[in-house]
Design a protein around this ligand. Structure first.
Ligand code: AMP
Length: 215
C-alpha cells in the first residue's frame, strides 16, 4: 500500500476515515493539524493563533513537520495524509519530496460534502484528547453515551478551540480558495477519486476501500 491522501472541507469526515483506515490496514494516520497542535513553546503559540483565525500555517513549517514524519520507519509501507496538502504549492512540494525519496504518488480521495453538512458537524464536534475518538453532540447517532465522557476510554471530551461558527466560515473560505484547487491539480495527474460523503461513515469507508484495493 502507498500513501493515501484525503482531501475534504473542514469536518467532512477525513479524520474519521483516516482513523478507520489506519487501524484496518495498520499504516500511520498523519494529520498535519495534529502535528501542529502538538507544537509547543513560542512556535506553539504562533501556530495556535493562526489555527484559531482559520488561516493556514506557513508551508515551510508544515513541510518540515511532514518530512520528519513520513521518513520514519513506520511509514515504509504507506500512510494516510489527513489535512495535507492544503494548497497547490504544498502539493508541488510534496511531489518533489516523493521524487527525492524515490516514492510514487498513491491515491488522492476527495470527500465531497456540502457546506450545510460540514457546518453542523463542526459546531457539535467533540473529541477525546486521550484516545482520539470523535463524537458529535448535535447528531443523535454520534453522541457519547454519557455527556462529556468518552465511550471508549472514559476520558473527558473536549472541544477544539477552532470548532466554532465564526472560525468555520473562515476555514470554509480558506478551503474553497486554497484547498479545492487541488481537485483539478490531482485530476490532471489522473490520481483523483471523488466520493460523495453525505453517506454513512461505514459506506464512505467501503467506497474508499474499493478505490485503494482496485486491481
Ligand atoms: P485540521 O485539523 O486539518 O482541521 O487543521 C486545523 C488547522 O491547522 C487549519 O485550519 C490550519 O490552520 C492548520 N493546518 C492543518 N494542516 C495544515 C496544512 N497542511 N497547511 C497549513 N495549515 C494547516
Amino acid at each position: 500500500m502507498r500513501d493515501i491522501i484525503l482531501i475534504a472541507p473542514p469536518a467532512a469526515g477525513k479524520g474519521t476515515q483516516a482513523k478507520l483506515l489506519s487501524s484496518k490496514y495498520q499504516i500511520p494516520h498523519i494529520s498535519t493539524g495534529d502535528l501542529l497542535r502538538a507544537a509547543s513553546g513560542e512556535l506553539g503559540d504562533i501556530v495556535k493563533h493562526t489555527m484559531e483565525s482559520g488561516a493556514l500555517v506557513s508551508d515551510d513549517l508544515v513541510l518540515k513537520l511532514l518530512e520528519e514524519r513520513i521518513t520514519k520507519e513506520d511509514c515504509q509501507n504507506g500512510y494516510i495524509l489527513d489535512g495535507f496538502p492544503r494548497n497547490v504549492s504544498q502539493a508541488e512540494s510534496y511531489m518533489k519530496l516523493l521524487e527525492k525519496l524515490n516514492k510514487p504518488l498513491g491515491d488522492v480521495i476527495y470527500l465531497d460534502a456540502s457546506k450545510e453538512v460540514t457546518q453542523k458537524r463542526i459546531v457539535g464536534r467533540l473529541s477525546c484528547p486521550t484516545c482520539g475518538a470523535v463524537y458529535n453532540d448535535q447528531i443523535d447517532e454520534s453522541k457519547p453515551k454519557k455527556f462529556g465522557t468518552c465511550d471508549k476510554c472514559n476520558g473527558p471530551l473536549s472541544k477544539r478551540s477552532d470548532d466554532n461558527l465564526e472560525t468555520f466560515e473562515k476555514r470554509y473560505q480558506t478551503f474553497m480558495n486554497e484547498t479545492y484547487p487541488l481537485v483539478n491539480y490531482f485530476k490532471s495527474k489522473g490520481k483523483l477519486f471523488t466520493i460523495g460523503s453525505g453517506i454513512s461513515k461505514e459506506r464512505t469507508l467501503s467506497e474508499i476501500e474499493k478505490i485503494i484495493n482496485r486491481g
